[in-house]
Write a protein that binds this ligand. Structure first.
Ligand code: B12
Length: 251
């Protein structure tokens, strides 16, 4: 990798600034619609903008792909992201730490809350079958996993966390229409704050493909996991947050 910190997009030749964007306009597909797509792309800073694909999607909607040049630069030195700040452990290491330091199984309760029925993501993290060649948390001998499934209400989740003496609550939110994922997460974290005193509350974790991982404070949760999360990352975080970074409380 070069030492450059300022970069621009690469399309046909290095640094030519070429990008591709796609969007839908609520208009039937005709010449005027194509002109509108180019005008929008120009307003987004693409100049020149070339329409490379237009296809009507049902009645009165057209999907477009536009390819064009932007003059924007990105300074890598100024990029702010949430980076993993704990070591990645194997399943064997996770089990060993939980057994030695907690001396009981670590209880995890997971669910999709609100009206969200997209269970594939939370199942990928919790179910034995896992994802990307990694087994899910159910595979970890020292973790006790309760997966409540889809469309769980916040009161049901709080009740299950209490019943299972949850050390951590894992919530999935995939649908983001009208910011449902943000509203539901805030409702969930507020309910836990109200139901349980600080120090007795489980660790609150949310995940889903469209979360901004830097919003933990705003949403009242301990950690946010985004696209491409693996069970090993989550298990390692649980050990870090509940055990190894709490040296004083767990002997
Ligand atoms: C499969 C699917 C469905 C299935 C869900 C089946 C099921 N049991 O889950 C069905 C057909 C039921 C469905 C229904 C709907 N769907 Co749908 N669906 C999808 C689809 C194609 C894939 C989602 C998926 O499974 N991804 C794979 C998993 C592995 O990825 P993931 O969820 O991102 O999870 C990973 C990470 O995000 C993270 N993660 C996720 N959750 C958690 C939780 C924790 C605690 C942690 C640590 C990590 C974590 O780890 C996971 C593994 O890496 C997406 C489009 C897409 N390509 O993403 C649309 C999509 C999510 N659906 C969408 C919509 C609109 C709907 C419907 C409203 C459609 C309708 N009009 O009826 C309904 C809503 C149903 C409901 N009540 O929720 C939209 C959402 C748009 C938006 N802005 O919110 C999408 C984006 C499609 C689109 N482009 O329009 N859907």
């Amino acid at each position: 990798m070069s030492g450059k910190t300022v970069v621009r997009p690469y399309g046909d030749t290095t640094g030519d600034g070429m990008v591709q964007v796609s969007f839908t306009l609520p208009v039937p597909h005709d010449k005027r619609a194509e002109g509108a797509a180019v005008q929008l792309a120009n307003k987004m800073g693409l100049d020149p903008a070339m329409l490379v694909h237009a296809r009507q999607m049902g009645d009165g909607f057209t999907f477009f792909v536009v390819y064009g040049r932007v003059n924007h630069l990105v300074d890598l030195a100024k990029v702010q992201v949430v980076e993993r700040d704990y070591p990645l452990l194997s399943a064997k290491e996770v089990n060993a730490v939980v057994k030695r330091r907690l001396r009981r199984k670590l209880s995890v309760v997971g669910a999709c809350i609100g009206t969200d029925a997209h269970t594939v993501g939370i199942d990928a993290i919790l179910n034995v079958k896992g994802i990307a060649g990694e087994k899910g948390l159910e595979y970890y001998r020292e973790l006790k996993v309760t997966n409540l499934g889809a469309q769980v209400s916040v009161p049901e989740l709080v009740e299950a966390a209490r019943r299972e003496r949850a050390d951590a609550v894992l919530v999935s939110q995939v649908v983001t229409q009208r910011d449902a994922h943000l509203h539901n997460t805030r409702e969930m974290s507020a309910a836990f704050r109200e139901a349980m005193p600080a120090g007795k509350r489980p660790l609150l974790i949310v995940g889903g493909p469209r979360f901004d991982e830097s919003m933990t404070g705003e949403l009242g949760v301990d950690r946010i996991f985004g696209r491409g999360t693996t069970p090993g990352e989550v298990a390692s975080y649980l050990v870090h947050a509940l055990i190894t970074s709490r040296k004083a409380s767990v002997a």
